[in-house]
Design a protein around this ligand. Sequence first.
Ligand code: PEP
Ligand code: MG
Length: 769
Amino acid sequence: MPTLWLDEIGADDLERVGGKAASLGELTGAGLPVPSAFVVTADTYRSFIEATGIDEPLFEAVDVDSDDSQALAEAAERAQELILETDTPPSVREDLLAAYDEMGDEDVAVRSSATAEDLPDASFAGQQDTYLNVSRTDLLQRVKECWASLFTQRAIYYRNENDFAHDAVDIAVVVQQMVDAEKSGVMFTSHPSTGGPTAIIEAAWGLGEAVVSGAVSPDNYIIDRETGTIDEVTVADKKVMCVRGEDGETIERSVPEEKRNERVLSDEEIHRLLEVGERVEDHYDTPQDVEWAVYEGEVYLLQSRPITTIDDPEGSAGSANEAESQPPGAKSGVADGGAMESQSDAVRLSGIGSAPGRVTGVVRIVDKLDNLDKVEDGDIIVAEMTTPDMVPAMKRANGIITDEGGMTSHAAIVSRELGVPAVVGAEDATQKLRDGETVTLDGDKGTVEKGTKVPETSDEQEDAGPVEAHSAVKPMTGTEVKVNVSIPEAAERAAATGADGVGLLRIEHMILSTDKTPSRYVEDHGERAYVDEIVEGVRSVAEAFYPRPVRVRTLDAPSDEFRQLQGGEDEPSEHNPMLGYRGIRRSLDRPGEFKLELRAFERLYDLGYDNVELMLPLVTDAEDILRAKALMQEVGIDPEKRDWGVMVETPASALSIEDICEAGIDFVSFGTNDLTQYTLAVDRNNGNVADRFDELHPAVLELMRQVIGTCREHDVATSICGQAASKPQMVDFLVDEGVTSISPNIDAVRDVQHEVKRVEQRLLLESVR
Ligand code: PEP
Ligand code: MG
C-alpha cells in the first residue's frame, strides 16, 4: 500500500513510516486528538526510485568527495533534479489523491518523516521539509520535494561525514489536515527535572514554530497536578508569531499590539490541555514533552516525546553545583556549601575558581611535551597552562589546575565548556603538587586541598531543601539568553542548556589546535584544507543548535599565541600584543588569509546552515567594517541576505556607533573583556593591575549605554558576549537599558536566564505601579 492512515500505524512501524508518523499513529490509536493524516510510506519512496530506474543514477550522483564544495553542490542539484523531474507512477498518484479527497479535500500540511532512527532527522531531512497550506494540485510535487530533501548538500555531507550509506536511508511523508492554530506551544506533562507531578505549559499566538524555534518568549504556566491548581502564570511580551503565508510557508509576523501582553491560555484551556497531557503520559507510562495547538476551540496534539532530562532519583538534580556523592576517581559534582567532612589537611593551594564543581582525583602533572595518555579517566590535570592539544585529555579529566591564567584563559574557557571543574592561576601548582597524590579541587572557591573529601551522608543535606534556581525548566525571558562556545566539542552540551543560540563562537581554538599558524597551515596543506578545518569546527556547532542562530567570530588571536605555533617565527614579536596585530586589523592586513575564513562562511551557507551569523572582532570604526564588507562581497557573501555584525570592544567603536550602524550591520556585541581593558588602560593579562580590571566601572557602562541607545534608534540588535555577561549586576544593567541578548558561558546560562527573568518582572511591575 502506498499510503497508510494514522489509525493503521503504531510505534512498531518505525521502519515503514519514520519516527514522526509512528508516534502520531501511536497517539491516534490511544484515542488522543491528533489531526487526521495519512502517510506515504518509505516503501513508496523506495519503489518510486526503483520502478522509475532513478535509483542507480541517484546514488551514483551523490558518491562524491563532500569536502569538494563544487562537487557537493552539483551532486545535490543532480539528485534533487532526478527526483523532482521524474513522474510518479500512476498507481501511486491515484492512491495519494484518493486519500487526499477522503480527508476532506482541504489544504494539507506535508512533512517528511525520516526512517534512519540513529540520525537526527533535522540533520538530513533539513528543516525546510514541512510545507503548509498544500492544495490538491501541488500535493504530488510537495511529496517529491520531501523525498528530495534527503539530498540537500547538508544531508549528503552529513551522511558522508558519519559514514551512513546513502541508499540505507529512506523517507516517509506525512500528509496531515492543517491545524491553522490560533495558539500553540509545548507542555511537559511532569516536571522536566524531578519528574514530580508538576505540569509546565508554554503558549504563544499562532503556529507552534515560533515556540519550538525560540523566536518568541511564550507565556509560562505551572500547574500542580495533584491539586489541579495553577500555581504560576507568567505572561510574556510576545513580539512575534508564526502564521501561514500565502504560498504555504510559515512566516513570522508581529503580534498585534493589544495581544502582545495578553494571556494566551484561559484556566479552562489549561485544564483541557492538562487532561490530554495526562492521558498521553498514562499511555506511554512515562512523562512526555508534548507539542500542542488550539484550533477552533479544540485542543490538538501535534507531537509527543519522552522527557529525557529527568534526573535519576538516586542522583543529583543535574547541575554541576548540586549535591552528589561519588567515589574518588569518578566525575563528581559535590555541592559547594554542602555538609562535608574533610579527611585532608588545610587548603594547599589557591587560585581562581574558573569552572564550578568540587572533585577529587589523582594528580597528573603534564606539560605540552608530555605524553597526555597518562591522564586517565577521573585524574586531575596539573599544568603550567593548558593548550589546545590537551583538550582530549581535559575531557577525560575530573578536574584541571593550572599555574597561570585568568578567567578568560584557555584552561578556564575550555574547562567551563567541558563542565570540568578548574582552578587557574594557582601559581606554583606544578611545583607544590606531586604526581600520583590525591587532591580535592573546588572550582567555585578556587582552592585545592590534599586528600579526599567525602560528603557526609547526614540529615543536614536533606534538610538543605531543594536546590533553587537550577531546575531544568528554562525560564521564559523577553531578552534572549544565548551561550558562548569556544571548542566544537562543547556544542552538544551548550545546546542542551536551552540557550537561545550561540552569542559568540570563537574560531581561534579550531586554528590553534592544528598547532600551526594559518599561513603555515596553508603552506603545508593547501587553502582548501584550511577552509575545511573551519567549516568542520563551525558546522558541528551550527548543527547542534540548528535553527537557533550561531554567531561565529572571525579570527582574533594575539600574535603571542600564534608565536607558540609552528610557523610562529614568522609572526611579529610585539611589545604589547593586546594593542597590536589582532582581530580585524590583522585580517584586513592579510586579505588573502581572511578571505579563506570568509569562504568557510560561504561554504556553510551553501551547506544550508542559514543559522550562521558572521561577527567581526576588535573593530575601530566604520572604515574597518566597510573594508571587511567589501571582502565579504568579493567571496560571494551577500551582506543584505546574511545576518552579520561586529564586536564593540574599543572605546573608538563605541564612540563611532552611529557610523557603524550605517555600515549596514544587523547587530553589535559587547566584548567587555577588551572594552574594559581599553577603556581603563588595564591589560587584561597583567596580574599587577588585575584589581583594577572592573567591567562595571561607570566609564565602561556609559559607553555601553550610549551604544545601546543609538543601536535601538537604528534597529540594530545589541548583545554582550564578554565574561561580564555572567555577572548579575551587568545583566541587571543591560536588561534595564534594553539589550537584545546576553551570552554568558555555559555554566552560567541557567543563572542568567533566572536573573533576566527577575529583572524583566521588576520592570513590568514598575511599569504598572
Ligand atoms: C571580549 O573581549 O569580551 C570577548 C568576548 O572577546 P575575547 O575574550 O575573545 O577577546
Ligand atoms: Mg575581545
